[in-house]
Design a protein around this ligand. Structure first.
Ligand code: GLY
Ligand code: MN
Ligand code: MN
Length: 424
């Protein structure tokens, strides 16, 4: 990908700068296709490991990029075979040494510490501490997006906008969730997506509360939510956008729920600034949702306490978002020294670090009425005094709302909303 050529050099320099004076070898594998069970010569769609792709601009499997603190970068690749040309047509391998020379190269160079990153088959073992160190440095280098990546995301978001526009035009009583999926995906491909970034989510009525619900043959009825979470991808960079639509004009009941999530999303976006902890953004959204539920007389107490105790997580059970870029879950993680799995407001929030300029994040608060969660005996006990269980009966079955945008963290002030053109 020509566009990437200078960027690749800059990325490698950025990673090297992170390693500092540390001595050793870092090997980053692209991975290999995986056969489908019983599928004879069939494989699952191959996705190059993002760490390798980011450092090389190549998505061809069975390759390794090696960095030696003494001698610099060496690329090991698999030459294109005649059989590949026969079955797949024109295929280009990046410039590099044949992969079978890696072993001899390692024997020559790899006398010190070795870190293994990316994806490997039969990866053998590296030095655990040095691998952890190199992983941290590569993650840190990959989190802020460079110009080429922002452009790719921009292209993916434009294609995605076309799909969501088509969905909002098409959604009506009488069509199925599957038909909505077909329409929106076709529109994304027509507008330049080369793949879908993830399995599209279309959930109508009660099914709008299924967080990752696959489109079914269910026929949309009048006066119900239709949650559409779908993103096209371009060169491996994917958008991740959710809009919650309604069949017909939104009823006051639906509007009340929608408005709470809308307010939470606006507040969450505004809070997403360089230096702010991602958990703090989650808390901002959780408190807006808690206050909305207090106003609806579903929760009782102060928004701060209801967020802190986790009561709000009965309705907002997932993290407020994640890094986005190469794949729908781009490098996430936590700041060095933090324990894994720290919760916030009762939810597991994948990302546990302060935001930096150049991060592309999703902001995606949601509010759902899920029978399986509402009926959990432990929730009934733990939140006995926080939730008005009688009032809740009036809301069951309505489903849920999520609104998700993609934002770029700026040096100061609020973020740039990359998906601002998609109506909500
Ligand atoms: N599209 C899946 C998610 O937003 O997490
Ligand atoms: Mn999503
Ligand atoms: Mn998302």
């Amino acid at each position: 990908m020509i566009l990437f050529e200078n960027e690749i050099e800059r990325r490698r320099r950025r990673f090297e700068a992170g390693l500092g004076d540390a001595k050793g070898i870092v090997l980053v594998g692209c991975g290999s296709p995986t056969s489908t069970p019983g599928g004879l010569d069939q494989t699952y769609p191959f996705i190059a490991h993002p760490e390798y792709y980011w450092l090389t601009g190549s998505r061809r499997p069975d390759a390794v990029i090696a960095f030696d603190s003494e001698s610099g970068w060496t690329h090991f690749v698999t030459p294109v075979s005649a059989s590949e040309r026969l079955w797949q047509g024109d295929t280009v391998a990046p410039v590099g040494r044949p992969l079978h020379e890696l072993q001899a190269w390692l024997e020559q160079h790899g006398t010190g510490r070795k870190a293994l990153l990316g994806q490997w088959q039969n990866r053998g073992s590296g030095d655990i501490e040095f691998t952890e160190f190199a992983q941290q440095k590569l993650d840190a280098a990959r989190r802020p997006k460079d110009d080429a990546e922002v452009q790719m995301l921009g292209a993916a978001i434009r294609a995605t906008a076309a799909g969501h526009a088509r969905a909002s035009e098409f959604v009506r009583p009488g069509v199925t969730e599957r038909a909505v999926q077909i329409e929106l995906e076709a529109a994304m491909f027509r507008a330049g997506a080369d793949h879908m970034g993830y399995d599209s989510i279309v959930g109508s009525g009660y099914r709008s509360s299924v967080l990752h619900g696959h489109p079914s043959a269910r026929v949309l009825a009048n006066d119900e939510f239709v949650l559409v979470d779908a993103g096209g991808s371009v060169n491996g960079y994917t958008a991740d956008i959710t809009r919650t639509l309604c069949t017909g004009k939104m009823s006051p009941r639906h509007q009340q729920i929608y408005d709470i999530v809308f307010a939470a999303e606006i507040a969450g976006i505004d809070a997403s600034r360089a230096g702010v902890e991602w958990h703090a953004v989650h808390r901002v959204c959780a408190e807006v949702i808690a206050q909305g539920l207090v106003d609806l007389k579903i929760l009782v107490g102060s928004a701060e306490n209801l967020a802190e105790s986790g009561a709000v997580s009965v309705f907002f059970p997932h993290g407020v978002g994640h890094l986005l870029g190469l794949g729908v879950r781009d490098v996430g993680g936590r700041a060095p020294g933090r324990a894994p799995g720290r919760q916030c407001c009762g939810a597991s929030v994948r990302v546990d670090l302060p935001l930096e300029q150049g991060f592309i994040m999703t902001v995606e608060p949601g509010l759902y009425f899920v029978d399986a969660i509402l009926d959990l005996p432990e929730n009934r006990t733990k939140y006995r005094g926080d939730i008005r269980w009688d009032e809740l009966q009036n809301w069951r079955g309505i489903g849920g709302v999520r609104i998700e945008d993609n934002i770029l963290i700026t040096p100061t002030g609020p973020p740039e909303v990359l998906s601002a053109e998609i109506p909500k």
